[in-house]
Design a protein around this ligand. Structure first.
Ligand code: FEO
Ligand code: CA
Ligand code: CA
Length: 711
């Protein structure tokens, strides 16, 4: 066994700041195929705000006044939306120590927001940080050490991939994974062995390769740097940092030549057959794996998100609804492999084989991963599963596109408890069969009060009721004119037809394992407005929404399988010092850390929400970070910044194991707008450019999984 330690860091390491603007055009092109500079793909004439209110009124009449009318919504013992009592001030944004008040869970003093140009990983006083694993670290037997000047596709396929996004560390003993996922949130717990699982969403050749690489080799290395990794980690004792095990038999790389099995109703359908796979059941590779989720049965789900950016197509049929077009791609893989050009005879359906939720069992290193077609095809951010009262697996999902939708899947069968092989086999089939719904949100305030400014309506809350509209019920299409297979392959089109609610880029949709309430991170939508596809609605109450918001959903009867729910906005993000349209559930605005562009969500063992952000440099001119949000009691809506990631980076995959006082994040695209010869970040090793560089090191950014622990 080889354990590979990484250098350790104390807070506030930095290099000289550089000027920084918005995300680089290169990254926009590679990460999401310039989604924001193309027309909004959703041109459907879904309900307008007028319809929402009319619907709310008729529904209210229907329910005989059951609808929520006042500021306070009583949820069992919890009160949501009630104005909090006066709270203690957050000790400025200058990095205090929590004001000496007792805190639930992990204790820390909020850090100061860091200027966008700062190339530093910043943690609270009393905490330390260290990477667990970095891009290029060797993880499979026989892998070569990372050498930025001599990478090959074969080497990269045995090393940790690029741009890590989703992250979890599962307990090594899988019975603990089962207990953890059902009771207290994610994380390795207090053990000393774990299985780290990470996604590798995309690559950035401009900062990965020097000029010596030819284009075809570069592209082949990029294909090997996409996908997923499973890596065993070990540590001496609970509460201390982890090292990764370089040659564990559990270590695994999934990339563009890894074979996946399609499951569910679309497996074997004509819509997914190609000349290379006439059976329509086997797909090579997974693309643009963004966020994910860990299931209650101890497997990991991963969302195939902006897969459209890898394919050239004819642009016909439903292509435009998915952002597929007849144009050269940013990646250029169509130059290497005919399947990436769907205009080629026999490959027309290749793009239909991406855009799914993927499941991998980290405890079964020899088992092929699968793509679950029953969960629909769209730009999947991720999927997070909780059990219904009966024990069905309920997966909540967001389609990360301006004006796209929130979905949930409810399995037909229930989870079998226990850790036997038979139980595990059964549970791994749960996502193959069930019902698929899309969310319709109805506001309860008059249209005139939702004016797009973010002003809170007179009832004191952005809130209302909602329903899960069926697209598929127990394996039958519920959408007129579309077969079951069509609903699942062209899910966006099906959801348009049933009048789903257009949301502001729903990213993570995640149930709180402690309370069962569900949170939707709507990251932003600058296209919302009177002159665009749709103006403000109560669940998306700002026009030109640069900073995003978070929706809280409370399923009726506290049952994840419910078809109706109540909802309210937990927070409307931004820097309250400069932006009057922010809202923090009534918590005093002057006492919160500024926050913008919520993306990934996590919960600690105490049920607090943790939010990681993607985009703060271009909105509030701060580096992205990780924030704790108190959900209950007098401090509901209190936002406290825990860490800040380096220049250009997005904070992904947060994992907060408060029982062990450990926090983990995946630092994605540090220094994204640099070039190989003029790097914009030196994270995480902070080697000096021009100085002698040790073997295996690199004076430039390496996307990494970072652990933060209490010193
Ligand atoms: Fe890959 Fe929706 O972020
Ligand atoms: Ca309202
Ligand atoms: Ca994301």
């Amino acid at each position: 066994m080889t354990i590979t330690p990484a250098p350790e860091h104390r807070p506030l390491l930095s290099v000289a700041p550089h000027a920084r603007g918005k995300r680089s055009p290169v990254t926009c092109r590679l990460k999401c195929a310039d989604a924001c500079s193309h027309p909004v793909p959703n041109e459907s004439a879904n309900e307008t705000f007028r319809d929402v209110v009319a619907g709310a009124m008729s529904r209210r009449a229907l329910l005989g006044g059951l609808a929520v009318g006042a500021a306070a919504v009583v949820l069992g013992a919890q009160t949501v939306g009630a104005p909090p009592a006066a709270a203690q001030p957050l000790p400025a944004h200058g990095g205090g120590h929590g004001g000496g008040r007792p805190q639930k869970g992990l204790a820390f003093g909020a850090i100061s927001p860091q200027p966008a140009a700062r190339d530093a990983f910043v943690v609270p006083e009393g905490y330390r940080w260290r990477p667990v694993i970095r891009w290029g670290d060797p993880i499979l037997r026989g892998a070569q050490p990372f050498d930025v000047a001599r990478q090959t596709p074969e080497a990269q396929a045995r090393q940790f991939g690029y741009n890590n996004d989703y992250l979890d560390i599962l307990p090594f003993e899988r019975q603990h994974a089962l207990a953890g996922a059902q009771g207290r949130g994610k994380g390795p717990g207090r053990g000393t062995r774990g299985l780290l699982v990470a996604n590798h969403e995309y690559t950035n050749p401009a900062i990965m390769f020097d000029a010596s690489y030819d284009a075809a080799t570069r592209r082949a290395i990029e294909r090997a740097a996409h996908g997923m990794s499973v890596v065993e980690v070990r540590r001496r004792r609970t509460g201390t940092p982890w090292d990764y095990v370089a040659d564990s038999r559990y270590n695994r790389r999934v990339h563009m030549t890894t074979e996946f099995r399609l499951t569910g109703p679309v497996a074997g359908s004509d819509l997914v057959k190609t000349v290379a796979d006439p059976s329509g059941t086997r797909v090579l590779g997974t693309l643009n794996n963004c966020a994910g989720g860990t299931t209650p049965w101890g497997t990991v789900l991963s969302g195939e998100e902006n897969y459209n950016g890898y394919f050239r197509t004819s642009g016909a049929g439903h292509d435009a609804r998915y952002g597929l077009r007849d144009a050269a791609t940013g990646y250029g893989w169509e130059l290497d492999d005919p399947r990436f050009d769907a205009r080629n005879p026999g490959y027309e359906n290749e793009p239909n084989r991406f855009g799914w939720i993927v499941e991998i069992d980290p405890y079964a290193p020899d088992e092929p991963p699968v793509k679950h077609t029953a969960l629909g095809r769209f730009k999947h951010e991720g999927a997070n599963v909780i059990l219904s009262r009966r024990g069905n697996a309920v997966a909540y999902m967001g389609d990360d596109e301006r004006f796209d939708y929130v979905y949930k899947f409810v399995s037909s069968r229930t989870m079998r408890p226990g850790n036997s092989e038979a139980a595990r086999r059964h549970n791994k089939t749960l996502l193959t069969e069930g019902s698929l719904y899309v969310a319709r949100f109805r506001g309860d305030s008059p249209a005139a009060e939702i004016d797009g400014s973010g002003a809170v309506p007179s009832d004191g809350a952005f809130d209302g009721r909602g329903e899960w509209v069926p697209l598929v019920l127990d394996g039958r299409s519920e959408v007129e004119g579309m077969s079951l297979e069509e609903v699942l392959v062209y899910t966006r089109v099906a959801a348009d037809k049933v009048g789903a609610t257009k949301m502001d880029r729903p990213e993570d949709v995640e149930p709180n394992p402690v309370t069962g309430r569900v949170y939707v991170a709507c990251t932003n939508n600058t296209s919302r407005g009177p002159a665009a596809a749709e103006a403000a609605t109560e669940p998306n109450p700002r026009n030109t929404n640069r900073d995003g918001h978070v929706v809280e959903i409370v399923e009726d009867r506290d049952d994840a399988a419910s078809l109706t729910f109540r909802w309210n906005l937990l927070l409307v993000a931004g820097d309250p010092a400069t932006n009057t349209s922010t809202y923090f559930s009534g918590y005093p605005k002057e006492k919160v850390s500024p926050i913008s562009c919520p993306d990934n969500l996590a919960f600690d063992a105490e049920g607090n929400l943790w939010i990681s952000t993607d985009g703060q440099p271009s909105t509030i001119q701060k580096c992205d970070g990780l924030f704790k949000v108190t959900l209950d009691g007098r401090e509901r809506g209190r936002v406290e910044q825990f860490l800040s990631v380096p220049r250009g980076a997005e904070t992904c995959g947060p994992l907060v194991d408060s029982t062990d006082r450990m926090v983990y994040v995946a630092v994605q695209h540090p220094g994204e707008d640099g070039s190989f010869d003029a790097q914009a970040s030196y994270f995480p090793d902070y080697l000096t450019p021009g100085a002698p560089v040790p073997t295996g090191a690199f004076a430039g950014p390496r996307p990494s999984v970072v652990q933060v622990w209490r010193d």
